[in-house]
Design a protein around this ligand. Sequence first.
Ligand SMILES: Nc1nc2c(c(=O)[nH]1)N[C@H]1C(S)=C(S)[C@@H](COP(=O)(O)OP(=O)(O)OC[C@H]3O[C@@H](n4cnc5c(=O)[nH]c(N)nc54)[C@H](O)[C@@H]3O)O[C@H]1N2
Ligand SMILES: Nc1nc2c(c(=O)[nH]1)N[C@H]1C(S)=C(S)[C@@H](COP(=O)(O)OP(=O)(O)OC[C@H]3O[C@@H](n4cnc5c(=O)[nH]c(N)nc54)[C@H](O)[C@@H]3O)O[C@H]1N2
Ligand code: SF4
Ligand SMILES: [Mo]
Length: 758
Amino acid sequence: MATADPDPSPTAAQPAAPEDTASGGGWPLIDGWARATLSPTGLRLWQTLTHRSACLSCAWGTGGQNGGFRDELGEPLQRCLKSVEAIGAELQPAVPREVFAGRTLAELQQLSSAECDRLGRLDRPLIHRAGSDHYEPIGWEEVQALTAEAFRRPPPERVASYSSGRSSNEAAYLLQLLLRALGSNNLADCSDLCHAPSTLGLTRVFGSGTSMVNLESLQHADGVVLVGSNAPANHPRLMNELIRLRERGGTVIVINPVLEGGLLKFGSPAFPIRSMLGGGSAIASLFLQPVPGSDTAVFLGLQKALLERGAIAWEFVKAHSEGWQELIAQIEATSWEAITACCGLSREELEHTAARLAACRALVFAWAMGITHHANGTTNVQAIANTAVLSGNVARPGAGTMPIRGHSNVQGFGSMGVTVHLREPMRLALEQLLGRPLSRTPGYDTRALIEAAEGGEVDTLLCLGGNLFGANPHSAQARRALGRIDTIAYLATKPNTGHVHGLAARQTLLLPVFNRFETPHRTTVESGNNWVRLNEPGTTHLRSAQLISEVEFLAELAHRLHGSDPIDWRRLQDPVYVRELIARTVPGYGAIAGIDASRREFEVAGRVFHEPRFPTPSGRARLAVTPLPDLTLPGPEHFGGLAAGERGLVLSLITARSYGQHNTVVYKQGDQVRGMLHRRTLLINPEDLTASGLRAHECVTVQGEAGALADIELIPGSIRRGAALMFYPEANVLMRPLKDPDSGTPAFKRVPVLLRAG
Ligand SMILES: Nc1nc2c(c(=O)[nH]1)N[C@H]1C(S)=C(S)[C@@H](COP(=O)(O)OP(=O)(O)OC[C@H]3O[C@@H](n4cnc5c(=O)[nH]c(N)nc54)[C@H](O)[C@@H]3O)O[C@H]1N2
Ligand SMILES: Nc1nc2c(c(=O)[nH]1)N[C@H]1C(S)=C(S)[C@@H](COP(=O)(O)OP(=O)(O)OC[C@H]3O[C@@H](n4cnc5c(=O)[nH]c(N)nc54)[C@H](O)[C@@H]3O)O[C@H]1N2
Ligand code: SF4
Ligand SMILES: [Mo]
């Protein structure tokens, strides 16, 4: 454990001291803002930043009706550089004509993710037909006819969609309505690769799958436990809340196998003096570095320590939960040896941390992909939720569970019914709207979609944003699977690797859409804190572009498929009408019906718990046992073995985002904060280097279960022994798609790999 503030920890099990690690934020951010402002697109960029629409980037959800820079409490200066990067990429000129006309697909397939994105904006529809080595232009009428035919012909179980949470609620709602009306539940979504374990785990415990904390509530907390999140890079404005919490004398406990610099100190432009002169504000009060994948053991350890020190909120637990007897029995029966052997933290560290937790008046438990990207991701989430209940930290001001959502509107997609787990109230409402029962055939989530496609069971796929190829594990399998689908339509703003590697068997359509700040009509999105934002209409800088709004495209497709049975599908081109239907059928969304008139943004009803009555059958939180995971790694022989005298070792690989990328879109090659100056790097503990005979900055081959990457530079850093970190999406060639059986989410953060010298 490393401590980041004057409060001394009882042990110092991990070597890295805070000074060893570069801090997050600070000068590079201020410099980034200056550069962006002075660039040729600077003026347009500022116009976009002040446009009344939500940030494109993460689900923290800055922007909207309060003006581009404000959060839902109206606080100014809440835009971060990530947002600027995302807008900058959208303000690129159109892809030059000669790119798709002149370059063959084989040439385009050589491009990296960053190079694809830098080609520019897609500005007219394109098609790739089997046998051709080019994408070629196509008119919208032909696009609509081909797409409608591709959806009409096969049986409904053989058509599917994949979506990424960048689009609007209105487009999401239409997408699921269109597919469900057809009889298909195959609504795969990027959340299947992301927070599906949070939705499932929280629903099991509380009957509701989203954050139970809003921004205001967070501001009443005096403690935050931040688990498996690199918020300085991925949710920068959350850092302002953590800085303020520390200023109020609160406690921030970070749990992460990587001693992320920005979680020790962060220089936020919202606090400029400290950012520039003081090297940033202190974040972590306590930093625990467990074995990757062991968080269930960490939380069982914290629960055991709370139990032993008499800090269980018994009154609350007995009054407002069920199943606690079995959980307490598990905690008592699980030995300290089993817990510490699994998570690699000492009993003293866990006891000390539990004492800090018990001393807090109101605690928020927040987490991201370090918790969900595991073969037991759902159990991890339940272990956190159990801890929140046992310590009495739910359903009161300043306390609760808060999954930190990813894409800017990923949560809205779930609310709109883009999920294979449609909730009963919404099913009934949709059945009433459509006047017929919905199909009960289980739908494909993202992994099931890839597996079904590989087995030749999918004919037509519509991708509303995202990069299905790049985001999946086992890139070779993803390419093969997509290649067996007859027709794929990609709706996107910019080209990505998926568009050139994920080619369908017969025809692939690449269709350019308006982004959020360009869409010619109003749209809405939902933040990770359940706040619904309204985006005003906008315009595009692309001259003579043939862009389409996602709503218009989907409504036209629906009309061609369904005519006016039983609703007037073409009328759905009017987003006001779509919002009317949303208000009628989506639980908690009644207020959206009046949003066009009132322009009043709102909190989704029933999500934030102010008192301990939960939407479970008994009204109580449902606690359940959380088994310890088996984290045994295979030996070198699993990968073909090491020859006598050959240097190397097996590690547990975390695949994560660098400080300069948004998912599969890479903005910057280097990650200064982690000292990983290019993409072909691997972060490793210095003691693992010494023990294996490998050397710092040596280039090695990283061998996974599905593929290998050569010439990877070893970067010594503050990461737990036995673990390594590489950047996604490049690392996706390495891994076999091991997944959490409950949620279907891949174990992206625990990939067994063998490192070999040379
Ligand atoms: N700038 C930027 N912002 C983004 C994104 C982006 O790519 N770029 N992506 C968006 C999306 S879709 C998402 S889902 C989020 C992702 O946001 P994050 O979840 O913060 O992103 P990751 O980089 O995947 O990794 C999270 C952290 O988990 C830690 N970790 C790995 N394994 C474990 C473990 O076993 N236990 C614990 N406790 N920690 C572990 C890693 O060290 C890392 O610090 O960000 C969103 N925002
Ligand atoms: N190894 C590994 N793999 C991972 C992860 C990991 O941590 N490690 N993280 C996983 C996670 S958390 C996620 S969420 C997925 C992300 O998976 P995806 O959401 O599928 O991928 P993105 O890279 O976010 O998709 C970006 C593309 O969306 C398109 N786009 C952008 N804006 C819009 C818009 O407004 N409308 C439309 N129609 N298209 C738009 C652009 O073409 C852009 O190239 O990746 C997952 N894969
Ligand atoms: S924190 Fe997230 S929502 Fe807020 S400005 Fe940054 S990227 Fe956008
Ligand atoms: Mo995500």
